[in-house]
Design a binder for this molecule. Sequence first.
Ligand SMILES: Cc1cc2nc3c(=O)[nH]c(=O)nc-3n(C[C@H](O)[C@H](O)[C@H](O)COP(=O)(O)OP(=O)(O)OC[C@H]3O[C@@H](n4cnc5c(N)ncnc54)[C@H](O)[C@@H]3O)c2cc1C
Ligand code: FES
Length: 352
Amino acid sequence: MRVSLSKSNRSFSAAPGQSVLDAALAAGLNLPHSCKGGNCGSCRARLLQGEISYPGAPLGLSVAEVAEGWVLLCQARARSDLLVETCETVAADQVQIKRLPCRIERSVQVCHDVMVLHLRLPAAEDFHFQPGQYVDVMLPGGRRRSFSIASPPHDSRLLELHVRRVAGGEFTERVFGGAAGNTLLNIEGPLGQFVYRAPVAAAGAAPAAPMLLIGGGTGLAPLNSIIRHVVGHAIGRRMILYWGVRSERDLYADAALRELAGKAADLRYVPVLSEASAQWRGRVGLVHEAVLQDFETLADVEVYASGPPAMVAAVRREFAARGALAERVYFDSFDYAPDVLERQRNSAATKS
Ligand SMILES: Cc1cc2nc3c(=O)[nH]c(=O)nc-3n(C[C@H](O)[C@H](O)[C@H](O)COP(=O)(O)OP(=O)(O)OC[C@H]3O[C@@H](n4cnc5c(N)ncnc54)[C@H](O)[C@@H]3O)c2cc1C
Ligand code: FES
């Protein structure tokens, strides 16, 4: 089956049973996406011509959106040739997705459940990414686990990842079990369209909107890349980072962020704890609620949110009600990997 993109006049073929998104990525076209599991809605596109089917009803579209012709490309299987209109921010054909071997050069356990990995890429390979993007770590059988790049692009020889331990998790338990020094990993990337948006540089253009960065747990990773990019290039963009974690012991990057905010006049840093101890003197509660307490309107800011799906969903829902413009709310939802979601769906179907 042939899938054509109405905006870029590019086309690619999709095998029976393969999702349209996977087919696009395999053809080197980095279409917008995040969870790849039908939950977050990032891969929404309009089906202009053709017929698709889903393996199971996707959760990331409302009934009204389905009626308007929106489809989720990470779930859609082509049943005929298709013409789709995607919402690309980085032109799909301008990013080169590579599969590369890399070595875990250093791993540092920075708190009880987060390991920072430094991956060394092959010296002969160029790896260009944008601040905010992620890579997939490839597991046997073509399965993959996504991790955001926490370092900025100007440091691209060593990629920094912040890996949170998932109890019983196939890959993250391996990382905590000592898959460190000199271990080889295969990664694919750069992926995703959760990227820093540079303001339009034109005479008479409006001043760039302040950036509101909201991270939950290791959702800090892509924001760290964006912040270090903006600070490292002296872009002078105003940034406010709200970082939400449970308790003091989860603040694995607190000292580094305080130091950076102390040096960079354009960066304000607000840690928010949801289960703080009695000694904590800072902000408490859910991180998105702290933002809502501080901003009467969100109409004038650009929002970058990343981390747990529930936090991202709350940001999208509640910030819209406070005036945030949907086209200026960018998000990366740290959902389960597609094979895990499929397992969960199958086991739910067997039980019902
Ligand atoms: C675009 C994107 C970027 C991401 N970036 C990061 C990052 O920078 N740092 C980071 O730590 N994580 C990140 N994640 C989440 C990360 O990919 C998962 O935590 C990881 O796939 C878990 O792999 P695993 O093999 O250890 O666990 P799995 O073997 O996949 O899971 C084992 C069990 O744990 C549960 N589980 C799996 N994933 C999660 C989860 N995310 N939250 C809660 N329970 C879960 C499930 O019930 C599952 O049955 C990102 C996810 C996406 C989609
Ligand atoms: S719904 Fe398709 S990428 Fe999240």
